[in-house]
Design a binder for this molecule. Sequence first.
Ligand code: C5P
Length: 236
Amino acid sequence: MNANDPRVIVALDYPAVSPAMDLLDRLDPAQCRVKIGKEMFTRAGPAFVEQVASKGFEIFLDLKYHDIPNTVAAACAAAADMGVWMMNVHASGGRKMMTAAAERVATLRDRPLLIAVTILTSLGQEDIAEIGYGGTPADNVRRLAALAEDSGLDGVVCSPLEVSPLRNDRAASFLLVTPGVRPAGAATDDQKRVMTPGDAIRAGASYLVVGRPITGAPDPLASLAVINAEVEQALA
Ligand code: C5P
């Protein structure tokens, strides 16, 4: 595994700081990055982000901003001030919002990566029709990913099944960040459409978001090592 670019992002989905810090004590920042989402951030705030960063972990701040361009650009700048490695916005906020955010982070010295959420994987055909989107969820994912790239974003979050079509559509440098990853034989939990780490990387994923297969493992570092070995093999 290239210690400078670990491909696994461990989802720190905890209701409190102490179990998250216990996990981080058992992980190695050279072997993974971590994702901090809305629950942890709302409970523990920037102090927690800074605490995680001080342990040497690079952070994907998964707050999915969606607001008017000026507000989102300012929020992205505030996130960058915390030293995060990656952050995200909703592509449905539109071109002006994404461009404003991309332009703001581009001015920063240690520019964080900025990616977009296209269509939430919790939304099915009927759900998107109800909010007024024509076409299938897959059509909308491809259209919004194109809009995100055109607006200057670095990539998108996408389901494992979307990786291959998006890898064909988009530039090779466009990041595809994929949850729903499960090592062969692992519990799928509540994920419906999963892919193994090796298959996701071979399909063209750039980074894998993995939660419970690592956070729920008796030995999280060992579980991470197995996933990293599979990733390394797929990259070779
Ligand atoms: O535990 P598990 O590996 O399923 O965790 C996956 C992580 O990725 C969770 O933080 C979940 O919220 C997030 N995620 C997801 N599916 C999406 C977007 C984000 O599972 N479409």
